[in-house]
Design a protein around this ligand. Structure first.
Ligand code: GLA
Length: 409
C-alpha cells in the first residue's frame, strides 16, 4: 500500500508543480532527454495509480518495484535541469561516465567554452590585417563537450561570452600580442560583436536546440573593484577599451545572434549581497528585452544563510527574471561526519526552498553543481560537492535528492 500511496503523492506533486511553475509549462521546460521519456514517466503514474481502489488480482496490476526516483536526473525531471560543470579531461572517462549520465541532464564546460579556449591566438595574429576585427576560433575542445551532451541526451549552458577573466590579453590589442597597445572602443565593439556572433552561430548551426542558456556577461558588478555604479573596473580590459556600457553591448549583440531558444543570462557571484546592484545595473537591458535571466553562481559555505539566499532568489524572480543556480558548491571546514551532515542539511534546505519558490510562481529552471566530486573541485580542502572523491554519494547528495517532491521514500 505504501508503494501505491507514493505513486499518488508523486503524481500530485508533479501536477502541482506543472500548475504553479511557469518553468514547467514554457517551451524551456526541462525534460530528461526526450519528450517520449517524460510522457512515459507520466503514463506510468496515471495508469498504475487507480489500481489502489480495485482488488489486486494478479501480478499485472502491481506497480513497478521502485517508484521513487533514485538519481538526481529522475528526481528533478520536469522541475528544473540538473547540471554539472564538466572538465574536458573527464569527458568519456569510464569511471565518471555513469555518475554523470545517471544524475545530470545539463552540462556546463568548466573551461572549454571560455574565450581563452575558443580564441585562436596564432591564427588571429597570422591573419592580420584581415582578422583585425574578426579573430579566428578553434572549437575543437568545445565540440567534444557538445558531442558528449548530444550523445547522452543532455542540454548545455554556454558559459561565458564576455568576462574580464580567462579572456586573452592579446584579444584587446592592436597587433594581437599580449603587450600591444589597446584598441579603440569602436574596434573593441566590433571584435565583441564578431566574437559573440561566431560563438553563438557555431552552436546554432552545429547543435540546434542544445544550448538553453548563455552566460552573456560574467561578473561585471562589484562595488569593491568597480566604478561609481559598481561596474568592474579593476583588471577588466572590456572596461578599459569599451567603457562601462560593455555589458549593454554584449547583451545587444547576443540577442541579435542567439537562437530563440537560447535564453540570455547575466551570471555573478555573491548575488545575495548585491541583488539591488545587479537589478539596477541591468534595468535598461531588461527594459529593452535583451536579457532573460540571472545566474546565481552560488559558491557558498555551509555557514551561509539559506534564508538570505532564497530571499535574493525571490527578489530576482520578482523582478521578472528567469533564475538558474549556475555554479553551486557548498564548502565545509573538513570531511568529518558532522560537517558533512551540516552540509547535507544545507543542500536539502536549499533545494526545498527552491521548490517552495517554484510553487509560488518563481521561474527557476536549472541548478548546476560546479564539479562532480570532492576530488575534482576548484575548492580543494573544502569538500563542497555531492560525491566523495571515490564517487560514493555524500549526505549532500542524499539530501539534494530527498528534497525533490517526486521522491517519496
Ligand atoms: C567563476 C567562473 C567559473 C569558474 C569559477 C572558478 O565562478 O564563473 O567559470 O572559473 O569561477 O572555478
Amino acid at each position: 500500500m505504501k508503494k501505491f500511496t507514493s505513486i499518488i503523492a508523486a503524481a500530485l506533486a508533479l501536477s502541482l508543480l506543472a500548475g504553479c511553475s511557469p518553468s514547467t509549462s514554457s517551451s524551456n521546460k526541462p525534460s530528461d532527454g526526450t519528450d517520449t521519456e517524460s510522457k512515459n514517466d507520466t503514463a506510468a503514474v496515471t495508469t498504475t495509480a487507480p489500481v489502489e481502489t480495485a482488488p489486486v488480482t494478479d501480478a499485472v496490476t502491481e506497480p513497478p518495484a521502485s517508484s521513487s526516483p533514485t538519481t538526481l536526473r529522475d528526481a528533478y525531471d520536469g522541475i528544473f535541469y540538473i547540471g554539472v560543470a564538466l572538465p574536458g579531461s573527464l569527458i568519456g572517462n569510464a569511471k565518471f561516465n555513469g555518475v554523470i549520465t545517471d544524475n545530470f541532464n545539463s552540462i556546463t564546460c568548466e573551461n572549454e567554452t571560455k574565450p581563452d579556449f575558443v580564441l585562436d591566438a596564432a591564427a588571429s595574429r597570422a591573419g592580420l590585417p584581415d582578422t583585425y576585427t574578426s579573430p579566428r576560433f578553434n572549437f575543437a575542445q568545445a565540440k567534444k563537450a557538445a558531442d558528449y551532451a548530444v550523445k547522452n541526451n543532455m542540454k548545455m549552458r554556454l558559459h561565458p561570452l564576455v568576462w574580464h577573466a580567462q579572456t586573452p590579453a592579446w584579444f584587446f590589442t592592436e597587433d594581437y600580442t599580449d603587450g600591444g597597445a589597446l584598441v579603440s572602443r569602436d574596434v573593441m565593439l566590433a571584435r565583441m560583436e564578431s566574437y559573440i556572433k561566431t560563438v553563438l552561430e557555431y552552436f546554432k548551426d552545429n547543435y540546434p536546440g542544445l544550448i538553453y542558456a548563455v552566460d552573456v556577461v560574467n561578473e561585471a558588478f562589484d562595488t569593491g573593484v568597480g566604478d561609481a555604479n559598481g561596474i568592474r573596473m579593476q583588471e577588466n580590459r572590456w572596461y578599459d577599451t569599451v567603457g562601462p556600457d560593455y555589458v549593454y553591448y554584449a547583451f545587444k549583440y547576443a540577442r541579435e545572434y542567439a537562437a530563440e531558444d537560447m535564453k540570455l543570462f547575466y551570471n555573478d557571484y555573491a548575488c545575495m549581497w548585491k541583488t539591488d546592484l545587479m537589478i539596477n545595473n541591468l534595468a535598461q537591458i531588461k527594459d529593452e528585452g535583451l536579457i532573460d535571466g540571472i545566474g546565481m553562481q552560488s559558491h557558498l559555505a555551509a555557514t551561509d544563510s539559506v534564508t538570505q539566499f532564497l530571499r535574493a532568489a525571490e527578489k530576482f524572480c520578482g523582478a521578472g527574471y528567469e533564475l538558474q543556480l549556475t555554479e553551486l558548491d557548498v564548502g565545509v571546514k573538513s570531511d568529518s561526519e558532522s560537517e558533512f551532515k551540516t552540509q547535507g542539511k544545507f543542500y536539502g534546505d536549499l533545494m526545498s526552498g527552491l521548490i517552495k519558490l517554484i510553487k509560488k510562481g518563481a521561474n527557476i529552471t536549472s541548478v548546476t553543481v560546479w564539479g562532480i566530486s570532492d576530488g575534482n573541485t576548484w575548492r580543494a580542502g573544502e569538500y563542497p560537492l555531492l560525491f566523495n572523491a571515490d564517487l560514493t554519494p555524500k549526505p549532500a547528495y542524499e539530501q539534494f535528492l530527498a528534497a525533490s517532491p517526486l521522491v517519496t521514500e
